[in-house]
Write a protein that binds this ligand. Sequence first.
Ligand code: FPP
Length: 247
Amino acid sequence: MSDLDNKSIPAHIAVIMDGNGRWAKQHALGRIAGHKKGVEAVRETVTACRELGVRYLTLYAFSSENWDRPAREVKSLMGLLEKFLKMELKTMLDRDIRLLAIGNCGTLPENVLKTLNEVISKTQGNSAMTLILALSYGGRDEILEAVRKIAREAAEGKIDPGDLNKEAFSDYLYTEGIPDPDLLIRTSGEHRISNFLLWQTAYTEFYFTDVLWPDFRKKDLIAAIRDYQGRERRFGKTSDQLLGDIP
Ligand code: FPP
């Protein structure tokens, strides 16, 4: 199937799906056609990750800043999201995929939120792979919300701020219980984090490709994982320490 080392498939891949608008422009189409085509790439990526044994896949589907796009585009994206959730429920159930969402989901339109919660609830017992949709998501908002909650709990005497450590802080984030991404892929040639998983990507390997998201296919995913497998993840240590030569 591929030349990948099956023993070091990243457990968690996060993707900034970028370039739908430019893809549409290249094909003399409107931006919404680019997003529609982007859904095909979403489907293929979910299937490929499941086949390759990726345990967690997080897709940046709608940022907290995306609300500022033209109303027509926001409406279309919400429509595409709802349609995707309805259409893919069967696949998620058949393929043992659990759905989760991270972000300020309360701001989503009522019908989208209802469908989202239904799919989350119907797939909650699945365990082969977790698909996490970042919706109305902003990394700074996520950290701020965590800090507010911690401050409230400290003021109420429920926690001692002195006891707080990195692990405990992580439990206040939307991603509570989800391991940090091993690999982050951004398409379309942009080299930015764009307010995505700011806390969680401290030691994530980044992979940038010029491929526009609607063109992203399994071969591109494999190329990203192959590149990842060639990296040395040192987590602040030296190469010699990793080799066990030096404690
Ligand atoms: C970025 O491209 C993409 C988005 C803001 C939305 C991503 C949404 C999808 C792929 C489809 C719906 C998602 C799901 C999960 C069903 P851009 O519009 O910023 O592209 P540009 O930078 O070329 O203009």
